[in-house]
Design a protein. Sequence first.
Length: 485
Amino acid sequence: MDMTSRRTFLKLAAMIAPATSFGSLAAWGITSDTDPGKATIPVRAWRTSDKARCEPIDVPTWRSGASAGSGARSGAIQLHPEQPCQELLGFGAALTDASCYLLQQMPAPARGALLKECFGADGLRMSIARTTIGSSDYSRDPYTYDDTAQPDPDLTHFSIEHDRQYILPVLRETQQVNPEVFYFSSPWSPPAWMKAGDSLLGGSMRSRYFAPYAEYFVKFLQGYAADGVHIRAVTIQNEIDTDQGGRMPQCMWGQEYEIQFVKEFLGPVLQKNSLDTKIWILDHNYNLWGRVADEFEDPGLSKYVDGVAWHGYYGSPAAMTRVHNMFPLKNAYWTEGGSDVTAPDYTTDWAKWSSTFAGILTNCARCIVSWNLVLDEHGKPNIGPFSCGGLLTLHSQTHQLTRSGMYWALAHYSKFMQRGAQVFATTGDLPEIDHIAVQNPDGSRVLVLTNRSQEQSHDRHVQCVLQDKTLELQLPANTITTLIL
């Protein structure tokens, strides 16, 4: 991307300064029928396409009454702000060992600029980040906070010293950029001595170590807090239903083990230590929704669990709605997804990701969190078998930054949708068009439209309808369009 486009992107915040609360109709750039002479508030829009990245565009204004025409109701996107859904927590990425290491190797001014680009008010405004409890597959080396040759149930060797070198400094610097960042953390493996197989690579949890493992979580949370980082939620285990063939730090947990650990050990010990950290279960794919439903049937587990961490690699996002309908007081959080750095469309698959994000948000999720924030051009540091790319790529030789297609898709959501925004219903089944809308706490409303077609001839004429008002747009193929209405 050339520097002119880059400067245009970083100046967007000045163009979307905090909006005033416009009221129900004026918030959409339209006036009340009782005051036809009052000037309308213009619709503002930004688009990513083959020629531009999240750049402002001109769009028409609303039409009202008879001028909208009866045809506006046929095949249109209908907006229903009177039908509110879930409240958003935010958008973000994972600050893994690998990402923090690369960030800490950057010169301080460059690192600061990158964190401001991602988390700052003049950038993507990301407000949530995932961290790891010990190593993941995206680490320089496998480790936990109590690596001993013999079992250490009293945790006498527990230490977070490893993370003080570059992880905690990056997390604190990120907090300086955005003091409201919400950190949640996931383990890939307990200490090897707690597992069948006595290895960090694969294997399964031994139930006799549930009590010390619960204390392990407490020591982690207290240690991070003492170093200035508040972890707001934890999951029991990353991808709880697989050991990844013993190829990386990972651990299997049976369903009954997760239930017992939460209700008899982790939940009570967090409460005993007056820790406000939330517990999220599963941290795995949609196709395991039946396991989630079974676990929530246990009142002992349910009393301690705030919600479910979902991954999008297998199954359908409709699973999140299915679980929400059964347990409406439990929250859904989308905590991992990423692109293959070797894929030919790694830098251009923004429409695919925006379509994915729309499906996630229309199925009750309160957040969208990408996998690694930054990796090198080979998807490293990486001690695992997968070739995921970072949201951004930092070239190991040239130090050039490349922004992925997922990055540009996320920009269309995170820059405009505020924490506390209310998703509301939109309807309309248009071929290859995805749509999602929210109302922000400041009263502004945001609509994201995606034309996911890759055929250049597949431009779409789209009508958006609110009550008796109609807005008509052209959506070129392979584009994302965000409107503040």
